[in-house]
Design a protein around this ligand. Structure first.
Ligand code: ASP
Length: 528
């Protein structure tokens, strides 16, 4: 609709303070209908009404959903943060370089999307999981400081709040160590928080070693806005008559506990939910103590002596109304069980109003010193905890062949409020070390390593500088700034959990002609 007229003050008593134009009105002299609109499938002008519309409906009519002020605000913030990111890197002498979307398959990590090649049937491109290899090659090319707001593709069964295609702020730098990288990214996040939320965030961010993160919070991306930290009781229970604990210690494991303060009132259902968390890690059950009416209520307390009780009280600050939860067994598993329980207990306490977190609080930290390698029991081999290009910590290189478990990687993650915002590493830049990692440590047969990464090994032979980098999840970053729990709210055209676009109805069927051209034949029945 086009209206021509005169803007004037509203007559006395007709102001509407709820809208920005509530004090003025237009005295129309001419009206023109520019286009007609069908009745809308859902209301777009009232936030409460939008919250009630199911998400499928919103995604199907995304053009209407995006008209809602909150969605437009999210897109605007995304655009402003992208612009601020570019300005920041530009000021620091970085080059934005676009890397190919049609890449080749390097089946490590996540499953890839293949794009069949019509020119040579039987061959295919793969969409990049990240620009990792190209950005390292750019370092060999002398770019020195690279960034890209890059689209990445991972064909993973979608866990909650993941997308098949997503955006990363991808960074790589030459002649740096970890500290240089931390400072660069802290500067970026400082800028982004200022531009996005007008907030000054303090730097440098605290650093937490992986082992400490696990020991204290039971997770490698801890939410440090609240305590409820894990404590270790391995020594106290080494000789305990309670065999579940002493047996775990005898087998080389640990006994750990946490105090969910004020949660002795947990319902049967909540205790069951925490027990289910423990058993999903292979635990046989969940030992706990409720502190009620001045008494420790639990079938296991009868096994505890005075020294054990004193140690528990002292390390966990046990008081009336508390709920103490235990995990015993292999170190990592015991930590992870309590890490999950800690987050669950925090949610319950939040719902009860006993734990209140300031929504404007952002606890940033770096998690460092991850193990370089993890062991895959089923396949009986080591695999890279991060990716195969991550450099070992220099002092640990000699352990690569003798004690791989103890080798730390120069890998770091940046975490805020329990969310992993990004991760990266200092890379291996010596071709012989990279070859040893591929072939001897990861046991990739030499021909396979050559076929997949030969070009990289060759490039590294022409004087690769020491280098390192990081990638930050851009969608997640924007979701945090917008205060929305779902990344779909900050992506203009996201896909559903099943990977479909409800608006365009993609993916679509392949036409017989297309299949013929690609030299493909379907073995599965078509749905049409
Ligand atoms: N390419 C890595 C990733 O996508 C990040 C990095 O190491 O820079 O997770």
């Amino acid at each position: 609709m086009r209206v021509t007229g005169t803007v004037r003050r509203r007559p006395e008593g007709t102001d509407n303070p709820k809208i920005p134009t509530g004090t003025v009105e237009v005295m129309a002299s001419e009206l023109e209908v520019l286009n007609l609109a069908d009745p809308l499938p859902f209301q777009i002008d009232e936030p409460e009404a939008a919250a009630r519309v199911n998400e499928e409906m919103r995604l199907k009519h995304r053009y209407l959903d995006l008209r809602r002020p909150e969605m437009l605000r999210n897109l605007r913030l995304r655009s402003r943060v992208a612009a601020a990111t570019r300005t920041y890197f530009d000021e620091q002498g970085f080059l934005e370089v676009e890397t190919p979307i049609l890449f080749k398959s390097t089946p490590e990590g996540a499953r890839e999307f293949l794009v069949p090649n019509r020119r040579e049937p039987g061959t295919a491109y793969a969409l990049p999981q990240s620009p990792q290899q190209f950005k390292q090659i750019l370092m060999v090319a002398g770019v020195e400081r690279y960034y890209q707001i890059a689209r990445c593709f991972r064909d993973e069964d979608q866990r909650a709040d993941r997308q098949l295609e997503f955006t990363q702020i991808d960074v790589e730098m030459s002649f740096i160590d970890r500290e240089d990288l931390y400072a660069t990214i802290e500067g970026l996040l400082q800028r982004v928080w200022k531009v996005g939320l007008d907030r000054d965030i303090p730097t440098p961010f605290p650093r937490l070693r992986f082992a400490d993160a696990l020991n204290r919070f039971g997770i490698d991306k801890p939410d440090t806005r609240f305590g409820m930290e894990l404590a270790d009781f391995t020594e106290e229970f080494r000789a305990s008559p309670f065999k579940v604990f002493s047996g775990a210690v005898a087998a080389g494991g640990v006994v750990k506990a946490l105090n969910a303060k004020g949660l002795a009132c947990a319902t049967q259902g909540q205790i069951q939910a925490m027990t289910d968390l423990a058993t999903s890690f292979g635990a046989k059950g969940l030992a706990f103590i409720k502190v009620e009416n001045g008494e420790w209520k639990s079938p296991i307390v009868k096994f505890f002596g005075e020294t054990e009780k004193a140690a528990l009280t002292q390390k966990l600050g046990i008081a009336e109304g508390d709920l103490v939860l235990f995990a015993a067994g292999e170190w990592l598993t015991a930590c992870e069980i309590l890490g999950k329980i800690r987050l669950y207990a925090a949610d319950v306490l939040k719902a009860q109003g006993k734990l209140v977190l300031d929504p404007g609080r952002f606890d940033f930290l770096w998690v460092v010193d991850f193990p370089l390698l993890s062991f895959d029991r089923e396949q009986n081999r080591w695999y890279s905890s991060h990716h195969p290009f991550t450099a070992p910590v220099a002092e640990d290189v000699s352990l690569l062949r003798t004690d791989p478990k103890r080798v730390r990687g120069q890998h770091y993650d940046v975490v805020v409020n329990g969310v992993e915002l990004g991760g990266g590493s200092i890379r291996i830049h010596q071709p012989d070390v990279q070859k040893t990692i591929f072939e001897e440590v990861l046991q990739i047969p030499p021909e396979t390593a050559q076929a997949r990464f030969g070009y990289m090994l060759e490039a590294f032979r022409y004087g690769a500088p020491p280098h390192g980098g990081i990638a930050l999840g851009f969608d997640r970053l924007i979701a945090i700034l917008c205060g929305t729990p779902s990344i779909r709210d900050v992506i203009a055209f996201p896909k559903t959990a099943k990977g479909t676009c409800l608006m365009t109805e993609s993916p679509g069927l392949m036409e017989p002609k297309q299949l013929r051209e690609l030299g493909l034949e379907l073995k599965v029945a078509r749905k049409d």
